[in-house]
Design a binder for this molecule. Structure first.
Ligand code: ATP
Length: 230
């Protein structure tokens, strides 16, 4: 289990999260919902070690990793796909995959990435920055395949993409979940996230307002109250 417990965190003097506890069991899909600015991205940053909490703890499979650097969590199987993708636009698609494979066989890593999203196979020599938005997101996600993580944290991965691409990305996430990888989904397509989710957490102004299973949530009420018209 990846477990945030009683987390308080923020930036400088600004406290964003207060007493947030988020358990992510192995092989589960967790949807983390909330309005803009509620603290979803900040929660993912704490979960991947990018942001050290002011108080509270971060445990991975029983080991206390509070305050440890992101590469420590990455090595232990926590993969963060940040908002904005985090790919290297000036490197080729192949080199982007090689960077994420870090130490593993590049050929095998490329094969795995292409098996996740076949379109990448036709683009290996191209600069990543020249790909379409959807293809760039596929490249960012393919690393979740290459490094075989146990937990993948996904920050608005469908943002700004065409519906057909969003469908393809959700199919991939479904396959990842079926293969036993736990997912934490921050997602504007709430209904799609809830379809996959085993558990839902709802943040409002940095505090948890709801924790439970999707069936316990009144989706219409949720959209109206927290999501505007999405
Ligand atoms: P969104 O959907 O808009 O991304 P979010 O739920 O992911 O929202 P966060 O990005 O975690 O929310 O932001 C929560 C609060 O923290 C916001 O008020 C935001 O302005 C503030 N914040 C985020 N990043 C920083 C930062 N680097 N420095 C200072 N304040 C920040």
């Amino acid at each position: 289990m990846l477990r945030l417990h009683d987390i308080t965190a923020g930036y400088g003097d600004t406290t964003v999260l207060r007493d947030v506890s988020l358990p992510v069991p192995r092989r589960s899909v967790v949807a983390l919902l909330g309005a803009n600015g509620a603290g979803k991205t900040t929660t993912l940053r704490v979960a991947s070690g990018l942001l050290a909490p002011g108080s509270g703890t971060l445990h991975l499979d029983g080991t206390d990793l509070t305050g440890r650097r992101p590469h420590v969590l990455a090595r232990r199987g926590v993969c963060h796909v940040p908002e904005g993708r985090g790919i290297f636009p000036n490197l080729s698609v192949r080199d982007n995959i090689a960077v994420h494979a870090a130490g593993a066989d590049t050929g095998e890593a490329v094969d795995r990435a292409v098996s996740a999203f076949p379109v990448l196979g036709e683009k290996l020599g191209q600069q990543a920055g020249a790909l379409s938005g959807g293809q760039q997101q596929m490249l960012a996600l393919s690393r979740a395949y290459v490094t075989e993580p146990s937990y993948v944290l996904l920050d608005e991965v469908s943002m700004g993409l065409a519906p057909v691409v969003v469908d393809e990305i959700f199919e991939f996430l479904g396959r990842l979940a079926e293969q036993g990888c736990a997912l934490v989904l921050v997602e504007q397509y709430v209904a799609k996230a809830l379809e996959l989710a085993d558990y839902v957490f709802l943040l409002a102004r940095g505090r948890l307002e709801f924790a439970g299973e999707p069936g316990e949530l009144d989706a219409a009420q949720l959209m109206e109250k927290y999501m505007g018209t999405h």
